[in-house]
Design a protein. Structure first.
Length: 244
């Protein structure tokens, strides 16, 4: 098998960084590109190889020009797709798996946006031991179990053009993703149950969403799916001199 590790290492070193660009929860948060990280859904042994499924990538509106999906196994690039974030699957050949006998490589899926010059998003599995030239991990470890969604999402305060939302965590999360229109996302610690928006537009209706991220099993990160509500920002009250 032709090794392509040098190319992949250079690609990773060139900025395959995970996470949206945003500010702190208390202040205005901004994300330049409306996107979300890839999600590895399953990794199943098939005839000595590994069948990997991932996706989908979700956009707020339209797509990002030049989006490319890259799948790597260990230090080798296995495939590249211009799939616009569609749910995708690929089987890593048995010969490529055997090349890592006695090692524990990872499967990594990355979304790249070279045409817009923004950081890419990646998701990686935990190390997969290759014992006796075949992948070895506990039965069922390659399948995802649903992560419970956050519950009871609601707006608990509004002031100074900002809204504070609160929710109940459905599990012990690694982190919680809070997202609101138009395409702003902030990540808060897994034990957090509140978040505050940046400046909102009076009279405008927003969609607030929260999602839990969990780590464990074969997969580095798994997500619960979104819990969402809509909220219409109060219009500014009339201003009267001398009245607070």
């Amino acid at each position: 098998m032709k090794r392509r590790g040098a190319y992949v290492k250079a690609l990773v070193a060139g900025g395959l960084a995970a996470g949206l660009t945003c500010a702190t929860v208390a202040g205005p948060a901004q994300a330049d590109v409306n996107r979300r990280p890839p999600r590895i859904n399953s990794i199943i042994p098939v005839d000595g190889g590994l069948r990997v499924t991932w996706g989908p990538d979700t956009f707020f509106s339209g797509t990002v020009a030049g989006e490319t999906t890259v799948l790597t196994f260990g230090g080798d690039q296995e495939g590249t797709w211009n799939d616009r974030g569609a749910t995708t699957s690929f089987t890593i050949p048995a010969a490529h798996v055997r090349a890592y006998a006695g090692q524990a490589p990872r499967v990594t899926v990355c979304y790249l946006w070279p045409s817009v010059g923004h950081p890419s998003e990646c998701a990686s599995s935990d190390p997969i031991p290759i014992a006796g030239n075949v992948p070895s991990f506990p039965p069922g470890a390659g399948q995802l179990r649903p992560v419970p969604k956050p519950q009871n999402l609601r707006v608990v305060a509004y002031g100074d053009y900002r809204a504070t939302v609160q929710w109940v965590n459905g599990s012990s999360y690694k982190k919680v993703l809070f997202r609101y229109d138009p395409g702003v996302q902030v990540d808060v610690p897994g034990n957090a149950t509140k978040a505050t928006t940046g400046t909102l537009v009076p009279g405008k209706t927003y969609t607030f969403k929260v999602e839990g991220a969990w780590s464990g099993g074969l997969f580095a990160t798994r997500y619960s799916g979104w819990t969402e509500i809509t909220y219409t920002v109060p219009k500014n009250p009339p201003f009267w001199p001398g009245v607070r």
